[in-house]
Structure formats: C-alpha cells, structure tokens
Design a protein around this ligand. Structure first.
Ligand code: SAM
Length: 271
C-alpha cells in the first residue's frame, strides 16, 4: 500500500474510475502521450498498452523510481517538477496528447504552462486533466458569471474546453475534500489572435486584480505599471468602443483581446 504524500497533492484514482478516465481519453495506437503526475501508474499502465508512447513527469522520487523499475518499453519517466523540467526544447516535436490527474494546488500553473508551450510551438493536441470541480467550472464559465475570470479568459483564448466526466470524492484514495471534474482542453491558435500574447495575458491578470472596480478604474490602476506614454483610459475605451462603467468580468475574450491590441498599437511597455 502506497502512502499518499500531502505536499505533492497525492490522491490516487480508484480502479473503477481508471477505466472511465481511460475511456474518456480514448488513446489510439499511433498517439504519443505526456502524463503529468503518474503517481503509482494507475493511468500510465493502460495508456502504455493502448498508445504508442508515454513520457511521464513525476515529482515524487520514490514513485518515479518504482515506475522506472517496471521497465515498460514505451514508457519514459522524467523525475522532477513538470513546471521546471518541461521546456519547448525537451518536448516532442511530433503531435502529442497530454493527460494528468493533477495535484490541485498546481493545476492552474500547469495549465498556463501548457498553453505557453503550445504558443511556443510544441505541437500539443489536447490535454485531458483532472481538476477540482470549482476550477473546472471556471474554465467553462461565460462572461458575467461569478466563476468567470483570468482562467476562463486565458485558457478559453488558447483552447476549446469541455467537461467530460464528473467524479465524487470517493473516486480517489485518500478522498480529497472537494469534488472533481475531468476536462479536455483542445489546443488551437489563440482566438481571436492578438498582437502581443504576453501583454494580453499580463493585462487580463492586472485588470482582474481589480475585479470589483469599473473597467475605467481598473485601467486607471494600470498607471505606473505601463508606459510611457500613459494614455487616458477614456481614450482607450472610446477607441475600443467599450463602456467604462462595465465591470471587467462582463467583458468577452474578444473584447479583452481588442483592448490589449489598442495598448500594443501604442507601443506601451509593461514597466
Ligand atoms: N496519476 C495518479 C493517479 O491518478 O492515481 C496520481 C495522481 S495524484 C492526484 C498527482 C500526482 O502528481 C502525484 O503522484 C504527485 O506526486 C505528482 N505531482 C505533484 N506535483 C507535481 C509536479 N509539479 N510535477 C510532476 N508531478 C507532480
């Protein structure tokens, strides 16, 4: 019996749910997979049996070593933190799918890293990820809803997102205190395209730290963090055709994209 380590967010999937998750992933014999956090290998083994190859990133040294010992011919185990070890240079140049029953405390940074890797040219096709239910709900939230925010916009800009399975706490050992959802991110070109992806992502995060303010005040609060020149929010909003009295969480992804492009066209730098 493997003892789950809390600091690594370890909640291992129960066998009946492994079958359902593998079915939802639907691996094919010609496909290459990256798995984030294989743990004791509940998903890893069936994946290696159904797919061409699996590269699994595991931070827990003991679990990584145990998987290496199994000597599965089409499995490569990378011991370490996915956030530190996965780079565009180290990843496959051929189309690749991603799976992960993610540690909930680093699920958002891992998703942001995946969209960054995709934007940097790594041919990631999709990612089937186990997430805390609240986080999954934020990914699919429409503008104006209370779950809509940075995650909905930045991930929704880079991928189509679907919830494919909902799981109770008892699907894991030990059971987490939260419910879970399995989501699929299908990566695509950012839609709509933006002139400067880095600025767009920075601006969305900066505006949402002022979620309670009006859009005009949220833009005003960017003063001191961007420029020179620092244009008046009223001018930017007029160019974008946006009403400054709206709240940031009511703006669609396309509206955020056009706002970011107006700043970019003015050659405004982040300080
Ligand atoms: N895939 C297994 C399963 O479904 O039973 C384990 C899932 S468990 C929720 C998450 C796994 O991710 C653990 O094995 C943990 O050690 C590993 N992990 C946590 N943080 C990680 C990171 N930053 N990079 C790679 N693996 C990580």
């Amino acid at each position: 019996m493997i003892r789950a380590r809390k600091r690594f967010g370890q909640h291992f999937l129960e066998p009946v749910w492994v079958d359902k998750v593998i079915k939802a992933i639907a691996p094919a014999p010609d496909q290459a997979f990256i798995e984030i956090g294989p743990g004791p290998g509940a998903l890893t083994r069936p994946l290696t049996q159904r797919a061409k190859s699996v590269t699994a990133y595991e931070i827990d040294r003991d679990l990584a070593a145990a998987l290496v010992e199994e000597a599965i011919s089409n499995l490569t185990v990378v011991e370490g933190d996915f956030l530190k070890t996965a780079s565009p240079e180290s990843l496959a140049s051929k189309p690749c799918r991603v799976v992960g029953n993610l540690p909930y405390n680093v699920a958002s940074p891992i998703m942001f890293r995946l969209i960054e890797l995709h934007a940097a040219g790594v041919p990631l096709v999709d990612a089937t990820l186990m997430l805390q239910r609240e986080v999954a709900d934020r990914l699919v939230a429409p503008p104006g809803s209370k779950e809509y925010g940075v995650l909905s916009i930045l991930i929704g800009h880079a991928a189509d997102v679907d919830t494919v399975l909902k799981l109770p706490a008892g699907a894991f050992r030990p059971p987490p205190k939260v419910l879970s959802s399995l989501v699929r991110l299908r990566f695509r070109a950012p839609t709509p395209p933006v002139q400067d992806l880095k600025f767009f992502r920075w601006m969305v995060q900066a505006v949402f730290t002022r979620r309670r303010k009006t859009l005009a005040n949220a833009l005003l609060a960017l003063d001191g963090r961007i420029g020179p020149p620092f244009p008046r929010p009223a001018e930017i909003l007029a160019t974008a055709g946006l009403d400054g009295s709206r709240r940031p969480e009511t703006l669609s992804i396309a509206e955020f994209a056009s706002l970011a492009d107006i700043y970019t066209a003015l050659h405004i730098a982040v300080l």
